[in-house]
Design a protein around this ligand. Structure first.
Ligand code: SF4
Length: 305
């Protein structure tokens, strides 16, 4: 029997979502199943996880990383891998306390090992203090330091891979931002392979789900919490790109998927073209960098003496 309007394409129960490519309407239980199956298919197709892997999930406590942990917790035993959650506490007053508490509650409930690292321990100060006088650069500074903090957390827990909760919207925004900045090296950069001795491979299993789908998934599974927004959000180019892309996706469904296909095409052609500039080690902290001093040491104004 063909599905009637607003009925699930699979069982004719009332539909809760309408998806494009392929176009279908799904009821609550079929949507939860479909979202999980798409994530698992991406993990298998891109060989993100191998038997024996110890996967560190970057768990901020927000919606994306919550969905990621729930899904990986379901799949990993069958894939022969283990799981540990790592949380970075940047030290953002009025925001981070609640999300760190949400991360703790979730790992307690699921019985998953959980390690928290803080900017204050790693860099000598909270993000709030580091940003005094340069608040407008909040996300740029935070992004650089967070990457280093996550790398440190991954080393501490002995993980073989880092899984992050980047969703389709995040990834499409990054593609567009790299284009707008003219940053071809970053557009070409594939972090899924890692750098022996420095960075473990990073995997992004949720990049096949849109932000809307992740919110729907969490609402249907009873895990959606209305958490505060970071006070520095909205200070970056990303915020403008997010608004623009949301409008384009609404008027031209499939825009974000096509942006990802464009990025993948650029990466494929880059593999057969000239190699990227080799990385060296920072003369101050010894981490990998493309120059003499890494971005972290430059941001923290370390002089190495
Ligand atoms: Fe850091 Fe910006 Fe995210 Fe806040 S919104 S946690 S400053 S990257």
């Amino acid at each position: 029997m063909p599905p009637t309007e607003n009925r699930c394409s699979l069982c004719n129960e009332p539909a809760v979502v309408r998806l494009v490519e392929p176009e279908r309407r799904l009821c609550a239980s079929h949507f939860v199943e479909d979202a999980g199956a798409r994530v698992l298919a991406a993990v298998m197709r891109e060989r993100m996880i191998s038997p024996g892997d110890r996967i560190a999930v970057g768990l901020s406590g927000g919606k994306d990383s919550t969905a990621l942990l729930l899904l990986l917790h379901r799949f990993l035993p069958a894939l022969g891998a283990s799981l540990v959650a790592v949380t970075v506490d940047e030290g953002i007053a009025g925001y981070r306390e609640e999300t760190v508490a949400a991360a703790k509650d979730l790992t307690d409930e699921l019985g998953i090992e959980h390690v928290i690292v803080g900017f204050a321990d790693l860099f000598g100060d909270d993000l709030d203090a580091i940003l005094v006088g340069r608040e407008a650069q909040g996300c740029t500074v935070c992004g650089v330091l967070r990457r280093r903090a996550l790398a440190e957390a991954v080393k501490r827990v002995g993980a073989t891979k880092l899984a992050t909760g980047h969703n389709l919207d995040d990834e499409a925004q990054s593609v567009l931002m790299n284009v707008l900045r003219g940053d071809l090296p970053r557009l070409r950069q594939d972090t899924s392979t890692g750098q022996p001795g420095h960075f473990v491979p990073r995997i992004k299993p949720l990049a096949v789900l849109s932000e809307k789908e992740i919110v729907t998934y969490l609402l249907l599974r009873g895990y959606f919490h209305d958490l505060p927004e970071c006070p520095y959000a909205g200070t970056a180019l990303r915020s403008e790109v997010r608004t623009m892309l949301a409008g384009l996706e609404h008027r031209h469904p499939g825009t974000m998927v096509r942006l990802m296909q464009f990025r993948d095409g650029v990466r494929r052609s880059a593999r057969s073209a000239e190699p990227l500039k080799a990385l060296s080690t920072c003369r101050i902290c010894g981490e990998l960098t493309s120059g003499e001093v890494c971005q972290v040491c430059r941001l923290l104004e370390r002089d190495g003496t």
